[in-house]
Design a protein around this ligand. Sequence first.
Ligand SMILES: Cc1cc2nc3c(=O)[nH]c(=O)nc-3n(C[C@H](O)[C@H](O)[C@H](O)COP(=O)(O)OP(=O)(O)OC[C@H]3O[C@@H](n4cnc5c(N)ncnc54)[C@H](O)[C@@H]3O)c2cc1C
Length: 284
Amino acid sequence: MKPAPFAYAKAKSVEHAIELLARPDGEARLLAGGQSLIATLNMRLSAPKLLIDLNGVSGLAGIRVDNGTVEIGALTRHAEAERSADIARHAPLIALAMPHIGHAAIRNRGTLGGSIAFADPAAELPACLLALGGELQIAGPSGKRSVKADDFFKDLFETALGPQDVLTAIRVPAATVETRMGFAEFARRHGDYAMVGLAASAKGNGEKLSDVRLAYFGVGNTPLRARKAEAALAGGDIDAAVKALATDLDPPDDVQATGATKEHLAGVLLRRVAKQLKLIRVAP
Ligand SMILES: Cc1cc2nc3c(=O)[nH]c(=O)nc-3n(C[C@H](O)[C@H](O)[C@H](O)COP(=O)(O)OP(=O)(O)OC[C@H]3O[C@@H](n4cnc5c(N)ncnc54)[C@H](O)[C@@H]3O)c2cc1C
């Protein structure tokens, strides 16, 4: 299928994009890498009247490490993050997740901001952001604001972004010597969206873990923290952590698997990730 007709505008700045978004009919969409948006247009799942291309806006892409924080511009391509020495060293959970996102061609165009804004519940990056306790930098008609990842993902494909907001950057705390992380997903084929996935971070002191954050994806309408399992894992009891998933998660059946299968897989992934949390350390 071909998309419904639409007008096209190239934003010159973030402010210009915000202005262009202010249509009374609310029928404008931002275009970043186009890897999700163009597919939805082609399938006529959405038919905006205007596409606002962010690709010419300077200052929206790039990775900066400053004062214990890693800031990733919204227009940074997945491929750039995948190859970045700064991401590997200072945000290693994102480096672990990157190769699981689609295929190389998709990662060459797709952007981190697009993935977070689109908020597919089976996507890797929203869960990483949640596991890392990151935050989102947003510019809108009433100025700039920052929203914690814990408050950003509201419902299915629904986030704290308003109709005139532009996501400008993602911030995560830079890893320290105490940082541990783990990542695992189950997909039918490499590059497919995950049936179930788990991104995790913690602080480690020898075998002891604290500040455990387990963010599941593919198990609900948004990425989800498994808070009872987090507490059990911090207490050193992996069996109790797996058991706690029965109360933390309630995955619905979908085209890929039944909820019961997903819950079982969530437990399998938790055992794998728990081992990684003990083993994968960041070089001092
Ligand atoms: C075959 C295929 C397989 C894929 N597999 C995976 C996968 O396994 N895992 C995964 O996570 N993703 C996967 N993707 C999606 C891919 O990661 C996309 O790049 C990503 O979801 C969207 O990023 P984008 O830059 O292409 O955004 P676009 O498609 O341009 O935009 C997506 C949405 O976000 C909005 N948006 C974009 N940028 C901003 C911004 N800065 N501020 C506010 N709103 C914005 C747009 O208006 C649009 O609604 C796959 C895509 C394809 C085509």
